[in-house]
Design a protein. Structure first.
Length: 317
């Protein structure tokens, strides 16, 4: 989702009081193959030798961190920068889901509640899960049904949904296989999982990867949200994500590319990671120039995959 950020200063983890040797998680196993991943870049990025799924060992938000500092994020700039793109994509995603399902919908990582509002307008009974205490409280104050905490901790044994959505969240979850098993079991018969996710197939990610190989790793770190409170743990390809879903009892019914960039709010989006307004101006100018060009590229970096639950339960272990 993030692009044209070579001029943006991405803070190192040690600048946030986090020491790599103490807090990096162990080397990951592939969530698709279960194979041990091989180092791809630096000391934190890995790739599966079988299916090429990429993973990181970057430390993320823990349950003890709920309500604490969120790292180098300007929340107002973040909201302004994301709003236009999210509005466009939310309407598209809800429209796609509504072709196949109605009823009760869960949005995992519901953030500012924009997707919940769009789902409500389409007639869904929308419920959100959001770990950020302040953001969740703001949503509740607007009348949205949002549970504060981590998925699936805040779910109950009686919870059942017709649709479970992951909008830019599945790539942040440590155990994708366990997550998909839980989702499979909480879906109603013929229920849907909808995953909107950045993938490594896209031109933006591939460009950032090439720059990293050439020694310019700022854009690549930004793609992984290096130094943020909730960095990316996985980067799937479109094909590997489809395989992951099929291996966990889902039958894909729809896959569409979504826009990854929007001219509206691009200056705020470039700067919300902690760069000063002045420092981010050159990057914002480049972004504004390049956005119309990038919007014409196909595919983009984000894909929406909708898959239907097979009619059987899966073990949660």
């Amino acid at each position: 989702m993030y692009w044209c950020l070579g001029a943006l200063r991405v803070p190192r983890i040690t600048e946030m009081g986090i020491h790599l040797n103490q807090h990096m998680v162990p080397e990951p196993n592939c969530p698709l193959c279960g194979c041990a991943m091989k180092r791809l870049h630096d000391r934190w990025c890995y790739s599966c030798p079988v299916c090429a799924t990429q993973g990181s060992t970057l430390p993320g938000l823990s349950r003890a961190d709920l309500g604490r500092a969120k790292g180098p994020i300007d929340e107002l700039s973040r909201q302004t920068g994301l709003r236009a793109l999210r509005a466009e994509n939310d309407a598209r995603i809800v429209g796609e889901i509504a072709r196949y399902a109605t009823g009760r919908l869960l949005d995992v990582g519901s953030a500012y509640g924009w997707f919940l509002e769009e789902a409500r307008r389409a007639g869904f009974e929308a419920v959100g899960v959001e770990p950020d205490v302040d953001v969740a409280a703001t949503c509740v104050s607007r009348g949205l049904d949002v549970r504060t905490g981590f998925f699936p901790d805040v779910m109950t044994p009686d919870d059942e949904f017709d649709v479970v959505c992951f909008n830019d969240t599945l790539e942040h979850l440590p155990d994708v296989r366990a997550t998909l098993r839980i989702v499979h079991n909480m879906l109603a018969p013929n229920g849907l999982v909808a995953i909107n996710i950045p993938v490594q197939d896209g031109p933006i990610y591939r460009t950032a990867r090439r720059l990293a190989k050439a020694g310019i790793d700022g854009p690549f770190r930004r793609m992984w949200q290096f130094g943020f409170s909730s960095p990316h743990i996985w980067y799937f390809s479109r094909a590997s994500l489809l395989q992951t879903l099929m291996r966990h009892g889902f039958a894909p019914v729809r896959a569409v590319w979504l826009p990854s960039v929007s001219l509206a709010g691009i200056g705020h989006r470039v700067g919300y990671g902690g760069a000063s307004r002045v420092a981010s101006m050159p990057t914002a100018a480049i972004a504004a120039f390049a956005t119309p060009i990038l919007r014409r590229l196909s595919p983009t970096d984000n894909v929406l995959i909708i898959a239907r639950r097979a009619d059987r339960s899966l073990p949660c272990s």
